[in-house]
Design a protein around this ligand. Sequence first.
Ligand code: GLU
Length: 318
Amino acid sequence: MELPRAGLLSDLDLEAVVDDTYRYVETYRGHGRQASYIPALEKVDPNKLAIAVVLGDGRTALAGDAEEPFSIQSISKVFTLSLVLDRVGAILWNRVGREPSGSPFNSIVQLEAEKGKPRNPLINAGAIVVSDQLIGADTADAAIAELVSFLRVRAEDASIAIDDGVAMSESQAGALNRSLAHFVAAFGNLDNPVEEVLSVYFRQCAIAMSCRQLARASLYLAFDGVDPITGETVTTPDHCRRILSLMLTCGHYDNSGDFAFRIGLPGKSGVGGGILTIAPGVGAIAVWSPGLNQAGTSLAGAVALERMVEATGWSVFA
Ligand code: GLU
């Protein structure tokens, strides 16, 4: 069902909703466990807490550490998917599926049975295939530059950059992701050399953005692919719909069903503790708290989103 359009939101006291959500979720500050398999992520202050909401009319409400950049990790997979769908279109689905995996983000088990075709573009193996497609016939450096520049334009903020320390840390601790990439390559599902592809994948995960930047950058996904503030067409309505359906069904790995049940909005989590959520026709919400639940989704972040959708009724199932 269509959510209320931005025009009908004029009576909403957005600041009050965000303030209430922040106060409510503060009791969960520091809960959950930080990702430790990427050493650089473990060094982040576990008490960080941030909320940012950007609506279609540009109204923005921030709380906590909403201006502080953090490692977006797997949230980057939404944006690489968006760029690659625009470049190669439906051919992508020959390389990667569209089914929830029901498995952890870095699982290798299904890859063997399914002959190197990852279940979906939002698990690691699928995102690695998407990174390969982003390189295309160009170089890894050109692909990552395209992504960073896309995010800077979308967020209207030229300060967005890769955290080289996190990228290095990921690469050094990247045995499992290397295994996934080699497995996919063994089935002929990568066009570029594994290390080239991984250099894009590790760097895209290491992009640092604040909640405000994330919410602003993804606003086009709430408006059929058109940035409602600049009027620019970023992607087609068809691609936008496909991205949102994948976020809803696959955005949180083996926690995707629970997230859809509790929050009812397309979202994507990252092991840096960020969650990006899209309310179609309304706007974008980004939250950040480094402590994760068992499936790698921010614990306090999900509680904040649950509180906010309860207060606003923003659900695709409303
Ligand atoms: N860079 C992380 C990895 O590849 C991303 C996982 C995530 O954020 O869910 O393991």
